[in-house]
Design a protein around this ligand. Structure first.
Ligand SMILES: C[C@@](CO)(OP(=O)(O)O)[C@H](O)COP(=O)(O)OP(=O)(O)OC[C@H]1O[C@@H](n2ccc(N)nc2=O)[C@H](O)[C@@H]1O
Ligand SMILES: Nc1ncnc2c1ncn2[C@@H]1O[C@H](COP(=O)(O)OP(=O)(O)O)[C@@H](O)[C@H]1O
Length: 305
């Protein structure tokens, strides 16, 4: 059996509308996912037992020591789930090469899970299961189906019910990663706490028309003005230094700035590739980020390379 390598993109949320807390502990969302050209790679090889290894991609300053290499690894969980569904032994070695920040709000673990599903389906010559992968992906995590799909899409429900969104052209991003991650459940919990303290009813989130128009027109300035993230106040409350990072990016000329998902990575939109290069260089010099990374979107989802 030949090894199979799959490349999977990170995401940034262009709109993250968070509805009330549901009885099952999740929140209904309007989650506009946008896949960007920062990729993890997952290679699946035959093995005597399930095993996972993790290494950093060249030049990527990612905290691989924070990634579990036991049964908690999302890629390994995905491989086991797929094997169970196919009725085969989950005997696979998964080699993960990470460029996506760990616990950074860019869905790196979800990307690895999606990559493992596709790589194992190919390794085990089970193409018949490919149409069922989005459903299996949703069992692993709310963000995993999008990592399979890629490009730009609205996620409803927990974020797993996806509809592609029309876009034109390419958008140019600069990401500032941070030292240490933020726990997704902790950020949702802080969001609930802040809302309760404010005592207001939580409005039902709706897709932003301004955002959809900006995406369809390929209008970066309009997109920058339409970016929203309901988790941002909670992420900033838990990591107050993010306020300064966001302000610095705006002062340096970003046409849009927000926390990526549950954070702590921050995302800055540029008007052109040259603007992105200038912005990245300027942000890098301020020392507000662990690492400054440029990426473009949208890009396709999990792809065999
Ligand atoms: C916030 C987002 C934005 O895309 O991602 P990150 O920025 O962390 O990558 C997602 O909603 C995270 O999705 P994902 O990381 O797959 O979450 P899951 O494993 O499904 O759930 C982890 C926990 O997050 C909370 N959760 C998740 C999704 C959702 N719609 N409502 C929630 O309240 C719940 O506390 C849940 O137990
Ligand atoms: N393959 C993996 N890559 C990264 N994190 C993983 C992986 N498998 C499990 N995890 C766990 O999931 C947590 C969240 O991971 P990640 O997807 O990187 O962040 P986020 O949900 O903020 O986008 C990490 O803290 C880590 O403990």
């Amino acid at each position: 059996m030949t090894p199979v390598t799959v490349r999977v993109p990170a995401k940034v949320n262009l709109q993250l509308g968070v509805g009330p807390l549901r009885d099952d502990g999740y929140h209904d969302l309007v989650n506009v996912f946008h896949a960007v050209s920062l990729f993890d790679e997952v290679t699946a090889l035959p093995a005597d037992e399930p095993v996972v290894t993790v290494e950093a991609a060249p030049d990527a300053q990612v905290a691989i020591e924070d990634v579990p290499v036991d049964g908690d690894n999302l890629a390994l969980r995905a491989a086991r789930l797929l094997a169970e569904r196919l009725g085969v032994e989950p005997n696979v070695e998964l080699r993960i090469r990470k460029a996506i920040p760990v616990a950074g709000g860019m869905a790196g673990g979800s990307a690895d899970a999606a990559g493992a599903l596709l790589a194992c389906a190919r390794l085990w010559k089970a193409d018949r299961i490919l149409p069922a992968l989005p459903e299996l992906a949703a069992e692993i995590g709310s963000d995993v189906p999008f990592a399979l799909l890629g490009d730009t899409a609205i996620g409803l429900g927990r974020g797993e019910r996806l509809t592609p969104v029309e876009t034109s052209g390419t958008f140019h991003w600069v990401f500032a990663t941070a030292d240490g991650g933020l726990s997704t459940p902790a950020v949702y919990g802080e969001c609930d706490r802040l809302r309760e303290a404010q005592g207001e009813d939580v409005p039902w989130p709706r897709p932003s028309e301004a955002l959809m128009k900006a995406l369809a027109a390929g209008d970066a300035h309009a997109l920058g003005a339409a970016l929203t993230n309901d988790l941002q106040p909670a992420a900033v409350m838990l990591r107050p230094s993010l306020r300064r990072t966001l302000d610095t990016g705006r002062e340096l000329g970003a046409i849009g700035a927000l926390v990526s998902g549950s954070g702590p990575t921050t995302a800055f939109l540029a008007a052109s590739p040259e603007h992105a290069a200038d912005l990245a260089a300027a942000l890098g010099q301020t020392g507000v980020a662990r690492q400054v990374v440029r990426a473009d979107g949208p890009v396709p989802g999990a792809t065999v390379v």
